[in-house]
Design a protein around this ligand. Sequence first.
Ligand code: MD6
Ligand code: FE
Length: 214
Amino acid sequence: MTEQLSMFGREPSRELSPGAVLLPQFALADEAGLLAGVRAVTEQAAFRHMQTPGGFRMSVAMSNCGALGWVTDRAGYRYEARDPETGDLWPPMPTSLRELARLAAAHAGYEGFDPDACLVNRYEPGARMTLHQDKNERDFDAPIVSVSLGLPATFLFGGLARSDRPVRVALTHGDVVVWGGPSRLRFHGVMPLAEGEHPRLGRIRVNLTFRKAG
Ligand code: MD6
Ligand code: FE
């Protein structure tokens, strides 16, 4: 795995802020395993558009795998062990996904990352994610590992206050962002996805975020 990774090490990693690192194309070493894992998860727990606590339908469709899954509805944002659509436990986290998350975290200086939750986001052209902080996890010591697949997106990377002007980061297929320490609670979002066609995924972007939630 480590040797394979070096094949994709064309671009060096880039620090976005203290504690946050972009690892370009890091997820491509086991691209086939990763895509198979994502497919297995979303066959068991289909993508769905959840509602915000305020009653708005999210433009991003979501699924989860692992012991805990992130959900939102009129009752609020939280983690749940079961898929509210089916009552079943979320599908287990495929080994290919877990290993990628561990390896990326270690690469970014976070040894021993042991995610129990992976949120799977699907964007179609026009879908976006407004600025938010990830703060439903129990402790903020663990980083978040974010994997981008499919169509490119412009990630908005803000500061610790909502009013801090975000910088724009272009994320393409296979890019991984690891994000923790002093950056763990930075505001962030995704600009509306542009039209396009990805050779492997078609007209979508998929983002995986691995967390230690419980
Ligand atoms: C996305 N990502 O890229 C949404 N959160 O589709 C996130 O909300 C996110 O990429 C925390 C850390 C990294 C992320
Ligand atoms: Fe987030």
